[in-house]
Each structure stands twice: as C-alpha cells, then as structure tokens.
Design a protein around this ligand. Structure first.
Ligand SMILES: Cc1cc2nc3c(=O)[nH]c(=O)nc-3n(C[C@H](O)[C@H](O)[C@H](O)COP(=O)(O)O)c2cc1C
Length: 345
C-alpha cells in the first residue's frame, strides 16, 4: 500500500500542519494541486474546529487533513503552577510588545474529547495526530466515518506502536524538522534520529505506508525519501516561507535568511522541545525560570500574539527546520512543483 492509495490523494506530497500558523488558503492550494494540505488544530475549541473544517471543505473539493495533539498525561494544569518566577523572566518581552502578563485561565488547552468529537462530527477526509497512539476507540470511530487516520513517529518504537494501532499511514519525522519534536515513548532529547536514518528503519519495521518528514525542501530531498522507502513526503518549512502561509512577514523573512546551522532545539518557548531560529525571546527566556508545557506555551502566547500583530520577529516562536536555506520559493505552487519534480516517474 502506498501513501497515495492509503490517503486517497493523487500526488504523495503533504503540507505539514502548523499548530497556530495554519491557513485554509495554503492547505487548499496544496490539496487542489493533488497533494494533501494539512491544517493544525492545536489549541482550537470545538466550535472553531467545526468552523475550520467547514472552511476547508468550502475552499477545496480535494482531500485535506486536520491535525491534533494527543495528551501525553504530563500536561500541567493551572492549579498546579506558580507563574511568578517564569513571568518575571518573561517580563522584558511583555514590556517590549506592550502586553501584560495575564491572569491564569481556567484551563490551558481545550478538552481533547471535545476536540475529537468536533472532528468526528465534521468527518474530514484525514485526521493526523502527534504525541501519541490513537486509542482503539478513536481508530474505530474514524474508520466508521471514513476518516483516514495518520500517526507521527520520531523513533522505530513509536512507529511500531502506531502500526499496531492500525493507522492508515505513519509520518516518520526526523530531527531536522521544524517545530515540536513530537516524541511520546522517550524524552524528545533522546529521540533525535535524523530523517536519513529514521525513514528506512521505520519502513523496515511497519506495514503502514511511511511519509518522510524533516529537512525535505526540494526535489533532491523528495527523491532521497523515496529511495529510502517512503511513499510520501511531508514538508513544513518550505511552505511556511511562502506568501500563502499565515506566518508573519518577519517569520518568513527569518526562514529566508537562515543558514544550515541557524536553528536550535529549545524548550523555552512552550515547555516542550521544538526547533526554531533563536531570537530575543529565546535568549531572554533561556536566562531564567520557565514553566512546564502547556503553561509556558500559554504564557509566551500572550506576548507572541502582540508580537505577531506588530510583526516583530524577535518576540515570536520562529519555528523553522534545518533545510530552511533550501526553501527558496515565495509561492506555494512553486514549492509544490519543485517537490513534485523529485517524485519517482
Ligand atoms: C510553525 C510550525 C508549527 C507546526 N505545528 C505542527 C503541529 O501542530 N502538528 C504537527 O504534526 N506538526 C507540526 N509541525 C511540523 C510540520 O507539520 C512538518 O512535519 C515539519 O515542518 C516538517 O519538517 P520541515 O520543516 O523540515 O519540512 C509544525 C511546524 C511548524 C514550522
């Protein structure tokens, strides 16, 4: 079984979901081109999920994916955190964008069951998940509704666990990738396998078709991924820098300017390990106390929202992957055409 058949798409190129930065227009553009546009629903409440899936349906008649983060069980709740020290560390960043440290909310994240109910009711063509293995119940519910289910692995053990759960396809995400390192069986710091090593080992270990992700930004990366046994490719950074993306202009410019060694893995922005370009925010937060996930993500989210409105890149999460310098195109159609040129004929 190939990724194309498993997901019902014509071209096995996947736009990665961007939690907090996805756009309906970019997802629809990739789906319309025959690939699979994905939309990240991280942090969305059920009503927003329903509205977003409706908007995606309106924007494209082709298959698309939505993405959720599964709970790992170690998420802190508001009653369990004292923000005083972390807020003091972040204070200069709040001051810089003219924002104030907010009062603690009732909850940091929407209830996952309510999010899943909204997804299941809207029945998108594909649901992809990170940070865990879908339950047998979710597998059955998605199958009942004709929703294809995709899991994400950062190690062979995680890929095996997803395969046993019967997912339709597995994203094998190498450590080059932008954004969060979505490991769930071991610490992210202990799961930093690169795409070149990870993909063939996952291919050998599972029966589900494998989508290679991480560090792929041009035709050479696509050809390499297929040579390694993947039958699909997921790309983030190269699409994030295009004008169809929802990233602020300063974020897109930072990707365009990044060289091979210009990204780092850090926990300071969200409390979880993620790859991006260091800036004033990471330097300031790295110098003092911080909170665990998702409290830190909530805290930094308050100054990041103001920074995004002002397009001030020094105060954003500048998620980007190691192949940022290979991402040279400003239009999503050009990225897609470049990637497609690397597919086997
Ligand atoms: C801003 C940003 C947000 C992301 N959020 C998510 C997410 O919510 N869920 C997910 O599965 N992957 C997420 N990713 C990872 C991408 O979907 C994709 O797998 C990754 O960017 C591929 O590596 P590349 O950037 O080297 O192409 C995110 C990436 C970025 C840049």
């Amino acid at each position: 079984m190939t990724v194309q058949r498993a997901l019902g798409i014509d071209v096995p190129l996947v736009l990665g979901p961007f939690g907090g930065l996805s756009s309906v227009g970019l997802a629809a553009a990739v789906s319309d081109a025959g690939g699979l546009g994905s939309y990240g629903l991280y942090g969305y409440d059920p009503d927003r999920i329903t509205a977003t899936i409706a908007a995606l349906r309106q924007a494209t008649t082709r298959p698309f994916a939505v993405n959720l983060w599964l709970p790992t069980g170690d998420e802190v709740t508001p009653d369990a955190v004292d923000v005083t020290a972390a807020a003091a560390t972040a204070q200069p960043l709040f001051d810089a964008v003219g924002a104030t440290v907010p009062a603690l909310p009732d909850r940091f994240l929407p209830d996952i069951d309510a999010q899943l109910d909204a997804v299941l009711s809207a029945a998108p063509p594909v649901l992809s998940v990170v940070y865990g293995v879908p339950s047998a119940r979710l597998r059955a519910q998605t199958a009942d509704r004709g929703i294809r289910l995709v899991g994400t692995a950062t190690s062979v053990a995680e890929a095996r666990a997803l395969d046993e759960a019967g997912v339709d396809a597995i994203v094998a995400s190498g450590a080059e990738a932008a954004g969060h390192r979505v490991s769930f069986l071991a610490r992210a710091e202990d799961s930093l396998v690169g795409t070149m090593a990870l993909v063939p080992q996952v291919v050998d270990a599972v029966t589900a078709p494998v989508i290679a992700a991480g560090g792929i930004a041009d035709r050479r990366g696509v050809a390499a991924a297929f040579a390694l046994g993947a039958t699909g490719v997921q790309v983030g950074t190269a699409f994030l820098r295009t004008r169809q993306s929802a990233a602020p202009a300063g974020h897109r410019a930072a990707i365009a300017a990044a060289g091979d060694t210009d990204t780092v893995l850090t926990r300071v922005m969200s409390g979880r390990l993620a790859r991006g370009i260091p800036n004033e925010a990471t330097r300031t937060l790295g110098a003092g106390a911080r909170l665990p996930f998702p409290a830190q993500n909530w805290l930094t989210g308050r100054f990041r929202a103001a920074a995004a409105a002002q397009d001030r890149a020094e105060y954003l999460s500048l998620w980007a992957g190691q192949a940022a310098a290979l991402a040279r195109w400003d239009d999503a159609a050009d990225v897609f055409a470049e990637l497609a040129a690397g597919l086997p004929r």
